[in-house]
Design a protein. Structure first.
Length: 68
């Protein structure tokens, strides 16, 4: 896949994530917020935010890998 197709695929797969996982990815990776800031915004612990992001990245990797 070329760069644009990969970006479109990533955007699509982000929308397929469960809401709590998607929120953490957006806040951390696009918003550049710390896990402490994310925990306050979402009302979860910083450790949970880290776990959610890890799960989200793992899912995205699997989904994206299935296309390539």
């Amino acid at each position: 896949l070329d760069q644009e197709e990969r970006m479109q695929s990533l955007r699509f797969h982000l929308t397929q994530l469960p809401e709590h996982l998607r929120q953490v990815v957006i806040l951390r990776d696009l918003g550049d917020l710390s896990y402490g800031e994310i925990s306050r915004i979402m009302g979860i612990s910083a450790a949970s935010a880290r776990v959610y992001r890890c799960k989200a990245i793992q899912l995205l990797a699997v989904w994206m890998g299935q296309e390539g």
